[in-house]
Design a protein around this ligand. Structure first.
Ligand code: MN
Length: 254
């Protein structure tokens, strides 16, 4: 089995090393193609206004001066001589739960894989934000990664679907199990925008990540993580809201 790995925190991110450990339990044919620098929050963006460079870092290991989506495209079209059987994205430093998904470079790399018709799974490690900085503990992902991935490799999946996995912010022995759940939604809040002055006196703005309030709907990814479970959510690329088609069609009828 040939596996492609990527990570929106960049090719040197600690979570990518954790993902490689997980993937090597299933195959030795591991390819890595990831952004040169952190691309968190890049969503499903594609670099169109400047050239993208490809740097070979080692055997089957490449860095792309672009987004997570650029990295998957480069891997599939330029880097690899034959397509992978599986694409894994992560393990992201931080949650990708509820409506985080559309902002997420981690999930978007898996979306790009699903668009190409390749089985794709996104992994994220939730962490308790206070005082962590560079030292996010990936223990839950490291211990539970292979257990979650094994059934996903064989499970029948519909076309244009992908899997979003989040590991709870707990030591591995305290994780209660795995739940398959739907996507939840945060109560709308995107945190603060910090305003300041740079060393030359020019005003800047910096998007903050305050803790986000959410209502714990039953059966959601947010609830599963809050309860101490690994959350597994199948996602689809068809964003159509079907019942509204009829409602709108009536409005536009002659
Ligand atoms: Mn990230």
């Amino acid at each position: 089995m040939r596996i492609l790995l990527t990570n929106d925190d960049g090719v040197h991110a600690p979570g990518l090393k954790v993902l490689e450990e997980i993937a090597r339990q299933f195959s030795d044919d591991i390819w890595i193609c990831a952004p040169s620098e952190e691309q968190s929050g890049a969503g499903h963006s594609l670099t169109l206004t400047r050239p993208v460079r490809l740097n070979k870092l080692g055997d089957r290991r490449f860095a792309v001066t672009g987004t997570p989506t650029d990295s998957v495209m480069m891997a599939l079209r330029t880097v690899m001589d034959s397509p992978p059987d599986l694409i894994l994205s992560g393990v992201n430093r931080g949650a990708n739960l509820g409506d985080d998904i559309t902002y997420s470079g981690t999930v978007s790399a898996a979306i790009e894989g699903a668009l190409a018709g390749i089985r794709s799974v996104a992994f994220s490690q939730v962490y308790a934000r206070e005082g962590m900085g560079d030292d996010v503990p990936f223990g839950a992902a490291r211990e539970w990664g292979a257990k979650v991935l094994a059934p996903l490799i064989e499970a029948p999946l519909a076309e244009r679907t992908l899997i979003n996995v989040n590991f709870p912010a707990l030591p591995p022995e305290q994780v209660k199990g795995i739940r398959v759940v739907r996507q939840g939604f945060h109560d709308y809040s995107r945190g603060s925008i910090v305003e300041g002055r740079d060393p030359r006196g020019y005003r800047y703005f910096w998007f903050g990540l305050d803790p986000i309030e959410h209502t714990m709907d039953h059966g959601t990814d947010l609830e599963a993580i809050d309860d101490g479970y690994v959350a597994v959510t199948p996602l689809q690329l068809d964003l159509t809201h079907y019942s509204t088609i009829g409602i709108l069609a009536e409005r536009f009828a002659d």
